[in-house]
Design a protein around this ligand. Structure first.
Ligand SMILES: Cc1cc2nc3c(=O)[nH]c(=O)nc-3n(C[C@H](O)[C@H](O)[C@H](O)COP(=O)(O)O)c2cc1C
Length: 192
């Protein structure tokens, strides 16, 4: 059995918001399953947009030329056997914080035709204020995650999403809280 290392990447500006609450439940599940886990809050980090300079494509070993707070995150991505993307729905998609992180992951090229998330296990957590995952726009974001994972060759182990408007409201939804902790266990155990 490989020692599993789960990287949880949180895209909400609220460190105690609904998506973070679900992420914390997932972390409990990961720990119960005996794996290492680290949570990274993107809010407050200085991560510039990808400038499409393609320096990383021309020289994959050199990595990204933008020297900001994304640099230490590349090492964390490399070390992880699983990545969990956590985001509120913002304007029918993921938050800008998480989008920047995903865009900048482009510079990590672990091998030929390999991208940062290639061969990783992936979990997804999303919250939204609308009562419906489709009219909320969360479904758009989930579809994008499916496309990303298909393209890079990453395996989605599970998706947890729930409706909650105000911070903390998600705690009332016992089903989704349990689903988050179950996904924590599953992401460790699947394929291991
Ligand atoms: C800028 C902004 C845009 C939002 N856009 C949507 C949206 O398109 N659809 C939706 O259902 N909720 C939307 N919401 C509500 C949040 O997705 C919802 O409150 C979510 O539970 C917040 O998660 P958090 O507490 O982890 O930040 C938006 C909230 C903000 C602040």
């Amino acid at each position: 059995m490989t020692k599993q290392n789960v990287l949880v990447v949180l895209g909400s500006p609220k460190k105690n918001g609904n998506s973070a609450i679900l992420a914390n439940k997932l972390v409990e599940g990961v720990k119960e399953a005996g794996a290492d886990v680290e949570s990274v809050y993107l809010q407050g980090l200085k991560i510039a947009p990808c400038s499409a300079c393609d320096a990383c494509v021309k020289n994959p070993k050199a990595g990204c030329v933008i020297k900001d707070d994304m640099i230490p995150l590349y090492k964390k991505i490399e070390k992880a056997t699983a990545i969990v993307f956590v985001s509120p729905t913002y304007w029918f998609n993921i938050s800008a914080q998480l989008k920047l992180f995903i865009d900048r992951s482009y510079a990590l090229r672990p091998g030929e035709n390999k991208y940062a998330f290639s061969d990783k296990k992936v979990g997804i957590i999303m919250t939204f204020a609308d009562t419906d995952p489709f009219t909320s726009g969360a479904a758009n974001a989930l579809h994008s995650f499916q496309d990303i994972c298909n393209f890079v060759g990453a395996k989605i182990i599970g998706i947890v999403y729930g409706s909650a408007e105000h911070p903390g409201e998600i705690e009332k939804n016992e089903t989704v809280m349990k689903a988050a902790s179950d996904l924590g266990k599953k992401i460790v155990e699947e394929g291991n």
